[in-house]
Design a protein around this ligand. Structure first.
Ligand code: OXD
Ligand code: MN
Length: 593
């Protein structure tokens, strides 16, 4: 290894952090086993019951460190405007100085691990190389699952290759000194005083979304918070779909969907390509092609069961790291809305003794697993893992889907009229908050393209980038919006969701291929009555109406709210999006009169 850029940078960071020693991660099974052993001996990780959970480990984060901390996450561009109102901003000099204070001596008595990793297949011209320096074995072991890591990446980097400089230290895990800093202009990420995945597995949100979105803007591609899945029809043809939903809204479940009986009997199959991130490029054939840059799943555990996601249950049976779930006394794991009966007692995510039926001072059930507890599992263990994960150019997209969690207003599915309307649809996405973010659960917040926490530059420029790309695509995918979460007057979900969502994907693919007619509404195209396969579901005419009802007054209110939301982007907001807002209002008004 003779890459002077890399060696000098490591030297400089080590001078600041003062680790006792430096260990290079080679990606070998032997080294991984050694590290596991060491982490088990110090209590950083707990080995689970190896008969029930072969190769599985358990970890608890600090109780103040259980989700991404968006308020402590900064984009540090020279010009504040370039970060945009969608990001917290700090001047680079100040950010380096302040975090530098926290990093100073932070690794004393600890090892600094050097993790060379590739986002995307090693050697693909579309992949990006990062090097993460960290003092956490937990981070190393997670990165070995989530990314392609080790010496092969160093070989690929060569002596003069460039890379994203990722520095992480747990330091004191002090939430008053926690900072997650991105320097897109320096291709650098600094994360300090956290041990939570989304803040510290720097290949994931920090590199593959925040830094990559910035690189994509400059290099002409998109880094998106999207799952990628293939839907194979009975003829063997596979259509690929990318879908953006905010965190903890079911991307992993949709990506691993099990077809309902009537579909599987006809030969339909699902292929999982990714559950969180898509890098999308324009192919030579004029279509969009998507790559999942990761090689594992960092999924939300609670709610994962054999009804919601049997493929995930199968994926996490071995070689998986569980974080902040409930630990049972026989070395097993459990979480709320999980599989099988709840244990009578165990150790909760926060290390406290837990008994089934426990309530807090308000009489509310005390969860055994944190609502944002996670599993980290290798992609290849998914029973429906697509071999296309290894394809350097990825998969061609037939459709792009946007979606949120909205108990009211938004219909089950609609199709945008054209690319610009589709970009407007994505840009005006809103969703109710979930446990993956700090904030009041259930509050509706704007989350354009599910990228609000992840766009590494001014979102006005990001919208412009989407619109510009649209002009270059000869064969654009259809753009759709879905909402599985609409509720009836009794506060019950109207749509059954899970595997049944394939019925909607089926309609989407048929529409994208121009095979079925649709009804034009002021919002977009929706299925004709009878156009959606509802066979075997208990949804009658009035249920269908309730799923697709468009309340024009409320939509005019929504459009006004979107204008308010857009106004924060000032002159950086593309005029086309305001035009789309005007068109929507006109359509709503004329349909009303
Ligand atoms: C995630 C998230 O972990 O979006 O994927 O928070
Ligand atoms: Mn995510």
């Amino acid at each position: 290894m003779n890459n002077s850029l890399l060696l000098n940078w490591i030297k400089e960071m080590a001078q600041m952090c003062k680790p006792e020693k430096i260990v290079w991660i080679d990606g070998s099974r032997e080294q991984q086993a050694e590290l596991e052993k060491e982490a088990i001996s110090t209590g950083e990780l707990i080995q689970l019951n190896q008969e029930k959970w072969p190769g599985c480990l358990y970890h608890r984060t600090a109780v103040n460190d259980v989700a991404r901390t968006e308020n402590l996450t900064f984009i540090c561009t020279r010009n504040k405007e370039d970060a945009g109102s969608n990001n917290n901003w700090m001047a680079p000099e100040k950010a380096y100085r302040q975090a530098g204070e926290y990093f100073k001596g932070s690794m004393q008595g600890r090892t600094m691990y050097v993790i060379p990793f590739s986002m995307g297949p090693v050697g693909s011209p579309f992949s990006k190389i990062g090097i993460e320096l960290t003092d956490s074995i937990y981070v190393v072991l997670n990165m070995l699952i989530m990314t392609r890591a080790g010496s092969k990446v160093l070989n690929e980097l060569g002596d003069d290759g460039d890379f994203t400089r990722c520095l992480h230290s747990k330091a004191e895990l002090d939430d008053k000194k926690r900072l997650i800093l991105h320097f897109p202009e320096d291709n650098t990420i600094w994360s300090v005083n956290s041990g939570y995945g989304g803040n510290v597995l720097l290949g994931k949100k920090c590199l593959s979304l925040r830094i990559a979105s910035y690189l994509g803007k400059h290099e002409g591609w998109l880094a998106e918070h999207m799952l990628i899945m293939g839907v194979e029809d009975p003829t063997g043809n596979i259509d690929y779909i990318a879908a953006a939903f905010p965190s903890a809204c079911g991307k992993t479940n949709l990506a691993m969907l099990v077809p309902p009986e009537s579909y599987s009997a006809r030969g339909y199959k699902i292929w999982t390509v990714g559950d969180d991130i898509a890098w999308i490029r324009l192919g030579d054939d004029g279509r969009l092609w998507a790559v999942n840059p990761e090689s594992g799943f960092f999924g939300v555990a609670p709610g994962t069961n054999s009804q919601s996601n049997p493929n995930a249950l199968e994926t996490i049976r071995r070689n998986t790291i569980f974080t902040n779930v409930l630990l049972t006394d026989d070395g097993s794991v459990w979480w709320e809305k999980g599989e099988g009966p709840a244990p009578l007692e165990g150790t909760a995510w926060d290390g406290r003794r837990w008994k089934w039926g426990m309530t807090d001072e308000d009489g509310l059930p005390v969860p055994g697993a944190h609502p944002n507890s996670r599993f980290t599992a290798p992609f290849k263990q998914c029973p429906i893992a697509s071999p296309e994960l290894e394809s350097p150019k990825g998969v061609p997209l037939s459709a792009i889907i946007f979606g949120g969690r909205r108990s009211e207003l938004v219909p089950l599915v609609f199709e945008a009229f054209d690319w610009n309307h589709g970009v407007y649809t994505g840009a005006t996405m809103s969703s109710e908050l979930t446990a993956a973010q700090y904030g009041k659960l259930g509050k509706v917040r704007h989350d354009p393209m599910a990228m609000m926490p992840f766009c590494g530059y001014n979102m006005g420029d990001y919208f412009r980038h989407w619109l510009d790309l649209g002009k270059k695509i000869k064969n654009p995918p259809g753009i759709f919006h879905v909402n599985w979460f609409r509720k009836d007057a009794d506060d019950k979900f109207i749509w059954p969701g899970f595997g049944e969502n394939l019925r909607i994907l089926d309609w989407i693919i048929q529409r994208a291929k121009g095979r079925v007619k649709a009804v034009e509404t002021p919002l977009g195209y929706i299925p004709e009555p009878g156009g959606l396969n509802l066979e075997g579901l208990r949804i009658d005419n009035s249920g269908f109406q309730a799923l697709f009802e468009i309340d024009r007054e409320k939509w005019l209110g929504e459009a006004a709210d979107n204008r308010r939301f857009f106004s924060q982007f000032g002159s950086r907001l593309p005029k086309e999006l305001l035009d789309e807002c005007t068109f929507l209002e006109k359509r709503m008004r004329s349909a009303r009169s």
